[in-house]
Design a protein around this ligand. Structure first.
Ligand code: CLF
Ligand code: SF4
Length: 420
């Protein structure tokens, strides 16, 4: 039997796209990127790179003040009537930024009908419980990747607490103790807790079932096992991302026992807006993405990208007929001023003779992803989670299209926001 829903939260739960899978096609969420600072360093996190084509936690195209965030909620609410949840999820840790509380208070006052949500690493959760409850925040996500300090010490470079940077096992112990205390405090206050767990196969893959058991005992409502996205410039850049099968096996194994298992997470950006299936954050940016995405502050450039290069998986040049892992040939096109011009092709058949599973397959996907990384988008007829994560990590938009190359390019044109 799943956890009893705290009084007053059922209605909000019915329209929460993350906590309730049935709601995710009909209700939208909006993240307010008001929290730039973080108090720990996860080995998989890099918040310095920003591109509006890239979707992963920690990425945002802009930082907003609480006042700007409130104005943006007003605009989004007018244009996306299905907006039901407003959250703070970064780009740093929400609870390490006073702006989180200011923004939440302002949104609550202006739009009491919206559900408030936040996502944290948990370090400051025990100290924030009463403020969270006081603001009427009924949904809190804690990213907790292990319940054994000997496992988590491999995941965090440092934890900044009580005016000091802690490292190694000591850092892991502090973080874990605070996370567990914070989760219990939420449950005691009738706040629904989601636990995010980043699956890093070689580090916590075998440990996750044990961790989930502990979280079930604590009263966590829903578990979300996310695949590691290896990101350039991080300590885990070379770590292996899990396969879709590995993740599913863990999800299946850890399901039941009074906890829900989330299977529809999109690993949202810190400024995500819209239905989980379709991020619309770029529509509401103060500035659009230029082609020179790179390290630095939130982007201040504007205007459409001058040219989009697109790679389409197709053997015959007529139909989109393959995925990242099983195509030998990609046809290339340039999209400029709404016009589509063929610009040749690129072969990836030199990587075809490796098994379709295992390390060799992953390596092949990486080689293909690297080869296609200079394009704005790839069009494929299918794609696995790992391939999609690799392309997104390289800032390449993935368009899944079953049909003709022409129709696929038309869809791409719309998705990239170029003039048709
Ligand atoms: Fe945002 Fe997270 Fe709230 Fe949802 S996202 S703070 S619970 S409103 Fe949702 Fe996005 Fe997955 Fe998060 S799909 S990354 S689970
Ligand atoms: Fe990045 Fe979040 Fe980890 Fe902070 S807690 S380092 S923002 S992933």
């Amino acid at each position: 039997m799943t956890r009893e829903i705290p009084p007053g939260l059922q209605q909000a739960l019915d329209s929460h796209p993350c906590y309730n899978e049935k709601a995710h096609r009909n209700f939208a969420r909006m993240h307010l990127p008001v929290a730039p600072r973080c108090n720990i360093q996860c080995n998989y996190c890099n918040r310095r790179y920003d591109c509006s084509n890239e979707s992963r936690p920690g990425v945002t195209s802009e930082l907003l003040s609480p006042q700007e965030a409130l104005e943006k909620v007003k605009t989004v609410k007018e244009r996306i009537p299905e907006l039901s949840v407003v959250a703070v999820a970064g780009p740093g840790d929400p609870l390490a930024n006073e702006e989180t509380f200011t923004a939440m208070r302002m949104v609550k006052e202006a739009f009491p009908e919206l559900t408030l949500c936040l996502s944290t690493n948990g370090l400051m959760l025990p100290d924030s419980l009463d403020r969270i409850k006081g603001l009427g925040i009924g949904f809190v996500t804690v990213t907790i990747n292990a319940v054994d300090p000997d496992v988590s010490k491999k995941i965090y470079e440092f934890v900044s607490f009580d005016g000091k940077n802690h490292r190694g096992r000591e850092a892991a112990e502090i973080l874990l103790q605070r996370q567990l205390e914070g989760i219990k405090g939420c449950v005691d206050r009738d706040i629904l807790v989601k636990a995010n767990m980043v699956l890093i196969p070689e580090i916590n893959g075998e440990h996750i079932p044990e961790a989930v058991e502990r979280l079930k005992e604590l009263g966590v409502y829903i578990i979300n096992i996310l695949p590691l996205i290896p990101v350039e410039g991080t300590a885990f850049a070379e770590q292996r991302a899990p396969t879709a099968m590995e993740r599913k096996e863990l999800q299946d194994r850890c399901s039941g026992g009074g906890v829900k298992m989330m299977r529809h997470c999109k690993q949202c950006r810190a400024d995500a807006i819209g239905l989980l299936e379709k991020d619309r954050s770029a529509e509401f940016d103060k500035a659009a993405c230029g082609s020179s995405c790179g390290p630095g502050e939130a982007k201040q450039v504007s205007g459409p990208p001058p040219c989009h290069s697109v790679a389409v998986a197709s053997d015959d040049g007529v139909n989109v007929d393959g995925g990242l892992g099983n195509s030998a040939l990609f046809h290339l096109f340039e999209i400029k001023d709404g016009e589509v011009l063929p610009s040749g092709s690129t072969e990836v058949n030199q990587y075809m003779d490796v098994p379709l599973v295992g390390e060799a397959h992953r390596r092949r996907l990486e080689l293909v992803a690297d080869q296609l990384s200079e394009h704005a988008a790839v069009v494929v007829s299918e794609i696995g989670h790992l391939g999609e994560a690799m392309m997104k990590a390289r800032g390449v938009k993935v368009i899944v299209h079953r049909g003709t190359v022409d129709d696929g390019l038309r869809t791409t044109l719309e998705e990239l926001g170029a003039d048709a």
